[in-house]
Ligand binder design. Structure first.
Ligand code: NAI
Length: 327
């Protein structure tokens, strides 16, 4: 079985090559460019393509893949909001993903963003390097006995809820389904969560329902001085309204691992273009905002689980077996 691997980074190649010996019969070719309608034609002669959150797996791409004989899309990530599933079905292309490869990796990053933004680590790091040991502008709040509001209590949200509970926080949760493992959390309406939480962390997927969940209206419902963290998808937050809220001093701090304009290589190949025109650049200008580059998943354990599950998904597909990883 032959797989064309798009948007390859060195760490992807290392991690997949390490796993390949356990999957004889699978061959992978790696390309740097990302999957899009124009690059899809490169997959001619391959059974499958391996794509990522940044890939364009829309109708046009799927059409080209289909015309070139590709029958499988292996998403090496949990989210699949960038895949047109209806079109994939029409073209007879199966789509697999890697759900929950390491929820703790993302949850730990979410808490890191909350803590770093709260205690102004980004500022103190720079100050101390400049030999300035003064504390002006560095005061934070205790998380102990504060209220954490977790929006979306699936695998990552539940891991974040457990971390917050461990910090001695009261945990409020909002989800369309309850997670029975979170007996310490109190499920409330979204409005109540927004009104009562000192720390709000977003962990629901990006869907039509959750698109711009955080907007002018929901921001107004939040406590003054709230800390907002988004490690899920940029589209959950309407950035212009977030900026309005930051300007109005609504937020004590904001930590973002994902943002609306996120594209492949946001801070690499297209960095000038992105930073000149973007709302991300405007967000970066606020001292109480910390942004990381969609790195929540980026731990050794998570990468190894991603490569192993992606290749296992390929085998399952080849054998025609059913799998919960099929979307
Ligand atoms: P999951 O599927 O285990 O949990 C998602 C939860 O959101 C479910 O409990 C679901 O019921 C809930 N949900 C769905 N619609 C909702 C709504 N309208 N309102 C409230 N809750 C709703 O997914 P998991 O593994 O916890 O991942 C969550 C998200 O994290 C992914 O969709 C992905 O976008 C993001 N992610 C980010 C990564 C990063 O590196 N920053 C890495 C992996 C995932």
């Amino acid at each position: 079985m032959r797989i064309l691997f798009y948007d390859t980074k060195n760490y992807d190649k290392v991690s997949f090559e390490q796993q390949l010996s356990n999957f004889p019969g699978i061959e992978i070719e790696y390309v740097k460019g990302d999957l899009a309608p124009k690059s899809a034609v490169m997959a001619n002669g391959y059974d499958a393509v391996c794509a990522f959150v940044s890939s364009d797996v829309g109708e046009e791409t799927l059409k080209v893949l289909h015309e070139n004989g590709v029958r499988l899309v292996l998403m090496r990530c949990a989210g699949f909001n960038n895949v047109d599933l209806d079109a994939a079905k029409r073209f007879g292309i199966k789509v697999f993903r890697v759900p929950g490869y390491s929820p703790e990796a993302v949850a730990e990053h979410a808490m890191m963003l909350a803590l770093a933004a709260n205690r102004h680590v980004h500022k103190s790091y720079v100050k101390v390097r400049e030999n300035d040991f003064s504390l002006g502008g560095l005061m934070g709040i205790n998380f102990y006995q504060k209220v954490a509001g977790i929006v979306g209590t699936g695998k990552i949200g539940a891991a974040m809820a457990r971390i917050c509970h461990g910090f001695g926080m009261k945990v409020l949760a909002y989800d369309v389904y309850r997670n029975p493992s979170l007996d310490f959390a109190e499920y409330v309406s979204l409005d109540e969560l927004l009104a009562k939480s000192d720390l709000i962390s977003l962990h629901c997927p990006l869907t039509e329902e959750t698109y711009h969940l955080i907007n002018r209206d929901t921001i107004q419902k939040m406590k003054d001085g709230v800390i907002l963290v988004n490690t899920s998808r940029g589209g959950l937050v309407k950035t212009d309204h977030l900026i309005e809220g930051i300007r109005a001093h609504k937020f004590f701090a904001v930590g973002l691992d994902v943002y609306e304009e996120e594209v492949a290589n946001v801070f690499e190949d297209r960095s000038d273009e992105i930073l000149e025109h973007s709302t991300t650049a405007r967000l970066l200008s606020f001292p109480n905002v910390i942004i990381t580059s969609h790195q929540g998943f980026f731990t050794e354990e998570a990468l190894s689980a991603i490569s192993e599950t992606t290749l296992a998904n390929a085998l399952v597909w080849e054998k025609g077996e059913a799998s919960v990883n099929e979307v």
